[in-house]
Design a protein around this ligand. Structure first.
Ligand SMILES: Nc1ncnc2c1ncn2[C@@H]1O[C@H](COP(=O)(O)OP(=O)(O)OP(=O)(O)O)[C@@H](O)[C@H]1O
Ligand SMILES: [Mg+2]
Length: 260
């Protein structure tokens, strides 16, 4: 059943982001507007290079756009000074990087607790246990990232984003390196987090992963080209086929395989 969307947890208006200059100039975001409703699980999909990671970075205050605005709750990010922006990122936003961004000298357990340690907070023990159990990391908490597989590192990154229970979690391909069983567990955890009121935004290339969400926003060449509610796998596949026919096709996962 579709219910009316809740109040937005984040609002993006006319966001434009370009990289490079002259011949090498790329319009990574070309006027993106989207409302992210509180407590919704949204997937962002689109061909490689369509601007998904750029959108996530700008929404999370990790990168600044050329023009347009991002509101997290009632806070317009571009009005914040460095310190206030750092505090907002630390207290209200969780981020799972496409490239994990773990601290190599810390163990998995220390990495997971780092954002809370920086904020001077302790984890909610029940949530901590549930997250660690779901991502299956209990036997690996004492290992450094270099001693973990790509999939295990990805699960550390997901756990790190969730244990502080931020209002919004941005996850950039959080299941891209996982086998289907671990992927399903991480997706169920994200689904449950949204059902408990967290706002989750996830980049994915996988129509099965998209089917866990409430909504799929499709980007093509830096623009929103489709917006699908209560998606099922076949609807997503149909739009993916249409989108990839319209722009240069890169197979799902190819970007990671190339180390992008
Ligand atoms: N730091 C950067 N410098 C120059 N160009 C960049 C930079 N980051 C991204 N781009 C370009 O901006 C566009 C959008 O990139 P982005 O990483 O957002 O795509 P994506 O949809 O996340 O792709 P993928 O599915 O491969 O992760 C691409 O053309 C990319 O080459
Ligand atoms: Mg990306």
């Amino acid at each position: 059943m579709t219910t009316a969307p809740a109040r937005p947890a984040a609002r993006v208006r006319d966001l434009v982001k370009t990289y490079g200059t002259g011949q090498a100039r790329v319009r990574a975001l070309d006027g993106v507007s989207v409302d992210l409703a509180a407590g919704e699980f949204t997937a962002v999909m689109g061909p490689s290079g369509s601007g998904k990671s750029t959108l996530m970075h700008c929404c999370a205050g990790l990168d600044t756009a050329d023009s347009g605005s991002v509101l997290v709750g009632e806070t317009e990010l571009s009005t914040l000074k460095d310190k206030a922006l750092t505090r907002l990122r630390r207290d209200r936003i969780g981020f799972v990087f496409q490239s994990f961004n773990l601290v190599p000298t810390l163990t998995a357990g220390e990495n997971i607790l780092l954002p809370l340690a920086i904020a001077g907070r302790r984890p909610d023990p029940e949530l901590y246990d549930r997250v660690i159990e779901t991502v299956g990391l209990a036997p690996r908490l004492g290992h450094k990232p270099s001693e973990l597989s790509g999939g295990q590192q990805q699960r550390v990154a997901v756990a790190r984003a969730l244990v502080s229970r931020p209002e919004i979690v941005f996850a950039d391909e959080p299941t891209g390196n996982l086998d289907s069983q671990s992927g399903a567990e991480v997706l169920s955890l994200l689904r449950r987090s949204a059902d408990d009121g967290q706002t989750i935004v996830m980049v994915t290339h996988d129509p099965v992963a998209a089917a866990y969400t409430d909504r799929v926003v499709f980007l093509t060449d830096g623009k929103v080209t489709d917006d699908l509610r209560d998606p099922d796998r076949d609807q997503v596949l149909e739009i993916m086929a249409r989108t990839s026919a319209a722009s240069a096709h890169v197979a799902p996962g190819a970007a990671e395989a190339q180390g992008a």
